[in-house]
Design a protein around this ligand. Structure first.
Ligand code: BG6
Length: 301
């Protein structure tokens, strides 16, 4: 694989033609292309790429809090969605798949790190815990895997959320649906954050959608895969590891109109956020302990 890091932007390309771009600001994946040259992620044309604010589109990384931080919680002073997406990470290195027992050019794993000592002073004061994050992005043919490792390096416990705020590129939201959510309870932020149960085996979109699903587990307590379909054809399969929740978000016309960094304005038709996370309850990490979780996106078209 060819890996290049220039001006805090890392690009990796496999001989198959698959490629990924990651900004060290936020360890933010801004592009994932498959071998046919197709971009799989939606990135706003007005996204700030200069580190002045979180990047709109791609895969924003959410840690240690999802959404507006609850005032009464230890994360209460942090910005919306935490600090992972607006901090500079370091590139820890690449691992091609030789070590994973596959042909060496078949995949590439990129590791990024963030620890408390790298945060700006203001953020460190707002969340004064000692932690180490390793975020691994693994590219293989038709597939992108994102894995987060959280370590508590301090002497007191802390609580966190993790979420991959992935903006999938789709052709037409009116022809897009999500399978795998039937019977799942969800909190609907568009309807006063009340809890409902999903009745549809194929969720389609007719307006602003902002829901946090916690799908029932499958056999052997496994997390069921989610399947995105476009015009009835499978376009993405999303598998999860230790991320029990899935936020499904599309801002539709009005919400997107109000977002200064979202362009073009009709771009709401061409993205769908499928966000695996652990956000419906806090994960508590004792001093010295570690947690790991992630998701894989497979492109099927
Ligand atoms: C989603 C939330 O995950 O993120 C939405 O459920 C929110 O409520 C959206 O609007 C975008 O958030 P932000 O902070 O990137 O504008």
């Amino acid at each position: 694989p060819n890996v290049d890091l220039t001006d805090n932007v890392l690009t990796a390309r496999l001989p198959s033609g698959d490629s990924v771009t990651v900004y060290l600001y936020g360890a933010h994946v801004t592009s994932w292309k498959t071998s046919n040259g197709q971009e799989q992620l939606f990135l706003s044309k007005a996204a700030a790429l200069d580190g002045s604010k979180p990047i709109r589109g791609g895969i924003p990384l959410v840690f240690p809090v999802f959404g507006p931080p609850p005032k009464s919680h230890a994360t209460g002073q942090l910005p919306q969605h935490g600090f992972a997406r607006n901090s500079y990470w370091e590139f820890l290195g690449k691992n091609s798949s030789e070590s994973l027992g596959r042909k060496s050019d078949d995949s590439v794993k990129l590791d990024f790190g963030l620890s408390n000592s790298m945060l700006d002073d203001g953020t460190r004061k707002k969340w004064p815990y000692e932690f180490g994050l390793v975020y691994s992005v693994t590219l293989s043919k038709g597939k992108l895997e994102c894995q987060m490792h959280v370590q508590n390096k301090g002497s007191e416990s802390f609580e966190f959320h993790v979420l991959l705020h992935t903006y999938l590129a789709i052709k037409d939201i009116s022809k897009t649906a999500v399978k795998g959510l039937k019977s799942s309870p969800y909190v609907d932020k568009v309807r006063e954050a009340k809890t409902f149960t999903e009745e549809s085996s194929s969720l389609s979109f007719e307006g602003e959608t902002d829901r946090v699903y916690t799908p029932p587990t499958g056999q052997g307590n496994s997390l069921v895969p989610l399947v995105v379909t476009e015009g009835g054809q499978e376009s993405f399969v999303v598998t999860r590891d230790s991320l029990p929740d899935v936020t499904v978000w599309n801002g539709w016309v009005d919400k997107i109109k109000g977002m200064g960094d979202f362009e073009p304005k009709d771009g709401w038709k061409r993205y769908l956020c499928i966000e695996p996370g652990t956000v419906s309850s806090w994960t508590k990490l004792e001093a010295g302990d570690a947690w790991e979780g992630g998701a894989a996106y497979e492109s099927k078209l």
